[in-house]
Design a protein around this ligand. Sequence first.
Ligand SMILES: O=C[C@H](O)[C@@H](O)CC(=O)C(=O)O
Ligand SMILES: [Zn+2]
Length: 303
Amino acid sequence: QCKHKGYEVKAENSYTNYCVRQASNPRDAKSYDTQRLRNEYLIEKIMAPGEVNWTYTTIDRFLVGGAMPTDTPLKLTSIEPLYVDLSKSDNGRNLLDNREIGIINVGGDGSVTVDGKRYDLAFQEAIYVGKGVKEIIVASKNAQNPAKFYMNSACAHQSYPTKKVSLKDAKNIIAGSAAESNDRVIHQMILNGVAGVRTCQLQMGITELKSGSVWNTMPAHTHLKRMEVYFYFKVPEGQSVCHIMGEPQETRLIWTGNEQAVINPEWSVHCAAGTSNYTFIWGMAGENLIYNDMQVVKITELK
Ligand SMILES: O=C[C@H](O)[C@@H](O)CC(=O)C(=O)O
Ligand SMILES: [Zn+2]
């Protein structure tokens, strides 16, 4: 991934890399082979020690990234395709000049410092940071057990306050059943109206599957007003998650590993079965903030 022409990884600075993915048409996507599907939709490198890795997709201009600070804190910078004002070197280059971001820690204890104010983020704690913030610095408490910050960012037209959200503050929805192998809890974390969070476009949360359950998002759905990215983590060593995407009657599969993500366009379902249970972060953005605004596909109608 990101090795082929047009998909190269570029360096923004000594610790920040990015690659760009273009939006795709389902009429084209149905003829993609395995490697092309992976090039377009799978993000394999997100967490690397001492690095910030971004993937910018032109689907809803969504930005997906990972920051893994070790000994030294890392400042989150913008990337060249997102500079707001090319004429000034010191202006229009803050990541959140025109954006909002959600950050969830999937590693050891860490902190996110937003314009000088520090928020400690433990495993599976989240923070929303709104448009207009100038400086975000992420750090690990212990370089031997580094924090891993998974990040989703979308365009924003308004500034909303920074807000930390823990699992106990989240809206926790019990879904599925053991008999259907999809017994899970959907934690809605960065959702407009949940835990006092306000957002422009962004919605993020964590879904945890119980031991013995392997299916997420079944029955599957599309949402024609929002795109969505799934980031799989806590995938046990030696196990894998088979992510299913594509139009409901034209599905394709992408095998994913631990701490990898899949970009799902508006026209695509997004669901998966793992070879064990696992946890994932879902993040989406688009036209509305109504979580339930989705077109559910009958299980028997998937092809
Ligand atoms: O649009 C919503 C998203 O696809 C997820 O929140 C669904 C999910 O986590 C699940 O059912 O397991
Ligand atoms: Zn969805």
